[in-house]
Design a protein around this ligand. Sequence first.
Ligand code: ADP
Ligand code: ADP
Length: 239
Amino acid sequence: TALIAVEGLTKTYPGANGARVKAVSEVSFAIAPGEVLGVVGESGCGKSTLGRALLRLIEPDGGAIRFDGKDLMTLSKSGMKAARRDLQIVFQDPFGSLNPRHTVGGIIGEPLVVHGIGTSDSRRARVAELLGLVGLPEDAGKRFPHEFSGGQRQRIAIARALALEPKLIVADEAVSALDVSIQSQIINLIADLRRRLGLSILFISHDLSVIRHVSDRIAVMYLGRIVEIGPAEAIMESP
Ligand code: ADP
Ligand code: ADP
């Protein structure tokens, strides 16, 4: 059975002359445990709105999101906070909005603090483990995000997203800001983590050449709708 099943998800924004812009329109799909679903489509087609709506970082107008046995659309704020332990998101520019005075260790360990998990010592141990998992040196914890390259900062963001052992990660253009050679390193890391941890991933990218390397299935979005969905090979072959 599916880890997440989305039915008829819709999100509109206010547009010109009182009209509504349908950013996401009647979108339905499911992701199995351990599966990677790629979402591809040109800029503005609704990918990011879809990704954020799954975590209710953006409030959908309608539709159903069933995740790990829970109906996310009917959860209270605190229920949603609890559900987000299992449902994490990685953004294109993870540290644009974070306080640059927080250490990398503090950033990676923060979700554990927020959810009241462990002691200071056990959190430190977990942070060290997470740094190893994403291929960063242990002393990275004492340093600051701006001391790291773009690719390494994305490793930090992935470590933070993994801190609570989520079941599903939404990767929203997570490699799009990186040089091509660094992109492939991060894609390889994501593929490796997915194998080792049995993660499910919704992998959003405007770039089909990125999507094809990580996805089991691909959903193609156009003007807010999924216009095609199927095994990666089938989508790559279609005209
Ligand atoms: P993508 O991630 O594929 O580039 P988005 O989800 O960012 O697409 O945007 C989908 C559509 O919704 C676009 O037409 C965009 O202009 C519009 N949109 C996105 N965010 C907002 C917002 N906060 N207010 C109004 N319109 C928005
Ligand atoms: P605290 O005041 O608890 O240290 P922080 O927000 O700085 O709060 O850090 C959050 C958690 O991340 C800490 O509880 C700690 O376990 C872990 N942490 C912080 N700094 C480091 C570091 N340099 N190396 C490893 N883990 C760290």
